[in-house]
Design a protein around this ligand. Structure first.
Ligand SMILES: Nc1ncnc2c1ncn2[C@@H]1O[C@H](COP(=O)(O)OP(=O)(O)OP(=O)(O)O)[C@@H](O)[C@H]1O
Ligand SMILES: [Mg+2]
Length: 235
């Protein structure tokens, strides 16, 4: 399979502190890739560095074209879209307004309607709650809105940072099955998770991050037990 997202020797820093060191990874067309790692491993920083949302150095390209390193808008315009950690919805705004913001680069009302219909199709509750202030949605609904808003940008690859955070098992299942469906339709996905078993169930491949470095690449089919996974974390 051809690789769509190529990350080469990416590093990122907060002030003088380097939080990511020399990360190289790739995502092939149609792949579902997990990024695993404990608290503070740098998962969020990696997503933000790919998007150009934090000072970073290295090369990132999508479908063969280099992505400028400090330009989130260019990433979104090329179809590289992030559902951020903590969802990042605009709490005082309505569901409808949040979805509109996801399509901020679009100036075509027919296409807007098409994208919104797709979001409603995947998350019918978003249609029901269109006029509701986003901050008053349940945690699960807020996460659906965060994914829905990203889909309004018409992603060609979707990055998600811990969408399961703080949610109950039922709604996590609902969101993850939607991701599986999108992936089955051909959308490449990068899923950051601390809950490794969840992510491994869906993914073709997983990268393990620890203290800002990639320490292993895992084939989920070879992980038979929690013990085996723990060995990766501890090694
Ligand atoms: N704005 C910031 N300023 C300084 N240091 C930061 C900042 N954001 C993150 N860091 C540091 O960078 C490291 C990686 O943090 P990051 O949020 O990327 O980890 P994570 O893997 O997403 O963690 P978690 O699982 O807790 O979400 C941590 O040591 C963190 O303290
Ligand atoms: Mg994080």
């Amino acid at each position: 399979m051809t690789s769509v997202l190529e990350v080469r020797q990416l590093s990122a820093h907060y002030g003088r502190v380097e939080a990511l060191h020399d990360i190289s990874l790739s995502v092939a067309d149609g792949e579902f890739v997990a990024v695993l790692g404990p608290n503070g491993a740098g998962k969020r920083t990696l997503m933000r560095a790919i998007m150009g949302l934090v000072a970073n150095a290295g090369d990132v390209s999508f479908r063969g074209a280099a992505l400028p390193r400090q330009s989130p808008d260019t990433c979104v315009a090329r179809g590289v879209v992030l559902v951020p950690e903590g969802r990042g919805i605009f709490a005082p705004m309505t569901v409808a307004e949040n979805l509109e913001l996801g399509a901020y680069l679009l100036n075509d009302s027919a296409e807007f309607e098409r994208r919104q219909a797709r979001v409603f199709n995947l998350f019918p509750r978003m249609r029901e709650r269109l006029g509701q202030v986003a901050g008053s949605l349940s945690g699960g609904e807020q996460q659906m809105l965060a994914v829905g808003r990203a889909l309004m940008a018409d992603p060609k690859i979707l990055l998600l940072d811990e969408p399961s955070l703080g949610l109950g098992p039922k709604v996590i299942d609902e969101i993850l099955s939607t991701l599986a469906l999108l992936n089955k339709e051909g959308l490449p996905i990068v899923l950051v998770e601390q809950k490794a078993p969840l992510a491994l169930r869906l993914s073709n491949r997983a990268y393990l991050l620890s203290v800002g470095r990639l320490i292993a690449e895992i084939d989920p089919r070879t992980i038979k037990s929690h013990d085996e996974l723990a060995r990766y974390y501890l090694s």
